[in-house]
Design a protein around this ligand. Structure first.
Ligand SMILES: Nc1ncnc2c1ncn2[C@@H]1O[C@H](COP(=O)(O)OP(=O)(O)O)[C@@H](O)[C@H]1O
Ligand SMILES: [Mg+2]
Length: 327
């Protein structure tokens, strides 16, 4: 049984009389201790999906099983268990911490509440252990600090320590490094990877930056999202070294321009047409990418919405022009 399983998830937002569907037909399986990365442009629905996974938002259709149980029907102790085991690290470390609370209490409170630890000595040693895990050492320099005296990166580490106090098995990491200094990003990601090795947590890692996704989900799985749908998914290495979907090729080209993490190969450059990104209220007919896709075939791509199909043993893709064995 997978730890997390989504089947055909749909999410719509209602605003007065208009309903906008943001997520369509999302399938996803994450095993215990596994990393799954999602990459897509800003506004494509990543945070919406992350919030559903973290139990912070409901879904309009489909099924979400956590440890084999439908999340929308959980009640009482089972809901409490889910809310403890599934946590989310948010994008903005300046908003996620209570400014009037010392670091010690921020981490000690969940230990008191969820683990029933009352003894001050035990609390202190557990808080110290967690601060060490997230790399805030020497611990004594941090326990009595308030958030205002911490950098963005340090605040994000406190948020992570506070989450770890709950013994989570699944953490949604939503653009957690986008608001901290570039020079500190890799170090925070390394800390997250070390935590996974020590504590066997599964991650759903959200980023708009393919290079960062490649770094974090190297040897793991990745999916690429466009306008609320998955366009390609499978082994990170495969996707990054030989992207199949035109949208993946385009974001890979853009990512190569920005960073040295991905190698540049001039012959692989691929750019989308310079037209506006369609909005959720006017999703194009046929393949949602076709107005921006230089390969689009008239009479095919503007008519048929591609199904997700198997391209090879480690990859699924939704493009009418990408051949493979049908799923
Ligand atoms: N609470 C909400 N009410 C209405 N629309 C929303 C709400 N939250 C997100 N959206 C819309 O859903 C779309 C996807 O947003 P989001 O999931 O935040 O994208 P991403 O995280 O990929 O940037 C956007 O068009 C956004 O405006
Ligand atoms: Mg977001």
């Amino acid at each position: 049984m997978a730890l997390v399983e989504l089947k055909d998830i749909v999410k719509s937002f209602r605003n007065g009389k208009t309903e906008t569907t943001v997520l369509r037909g999302i399938d996803l399986k994450i095993e215990s201790g596994e990393t799954y990365c999602v990459v897509g442009e800003s506004g494509c629905g990543k945070t919406t999906l992350g919030k559903i996974l973290a139990g912070l938002s409901d879904y309009s259709g489909g099924s979400y099983l956590f440890e084999g149980k439908e999340v929308s029907t959980l009640k009482g102790e089972e809901w409490k268990h889910f809310r403890q085991k599934v946590q989310m690290i948010h994008q903005n470390p300046y908003e996620s911490l209570n400014p009037s609370m010392m670091v010690f209490d921020m981490i000690a409170n969940p230990l008191r509440r969820h683990k029933g630890i009352k003894d001050t000595g035990r609390l202190y040693s557990e808080v110290s252990r967690l601060l060490e895990v997230v790399g805030l050492t020497p611990v004594d320099d941090f326990v009595d600090k308030y958030p205002a005296f911490l950098s963005g990166g340090q605040r994000q580490r406190v948020s992570i320590a506070r989450i770890l106090a709950l013994d989570p098995s699944f953490i949604v990491v939503d653009e957690a490094t986008s608001m901290i200094d570039t020079s500190l990003r890799i170090s925070l990601l390394t800390t997250l990877k070390e935590i996974q090795e020590k504590m066997d947590v599964a991650y759903f890692f959200i980023t708009h930056d393919l290079a960062l996704g490649k770094y974090f989900a190297s040897g793991k799985k990745m999916m690429i999202m466009y306008l609320g749908q998955v366009v390609e998914e499978g082994d990170t290495q495969k996707i990054v070294s030989s992207p199949a979907h035109p949208y993946t090729k385009a974001i890979l080209t853009a990512a190569r321009g920005n960073t040295g993490i991905l190698e540049e190969k001039a012959e692989d450059r691929f750019e989308l047409l310079g037209v506006d990104i369609p909005s959720f209220s006017q999703i194009p007919s046929g393949c949602p990418l076709h107005p921006r896709c230089p390969l689009a075939v008239k009479g095919l791509c503007d008519v048929r919405n591609p199904e997700m199909h198997r391209l090879d043993d480690s990859r699924l893709v939704s493009c009418l022009l990408c051949q493979g064995d049908q799923k």
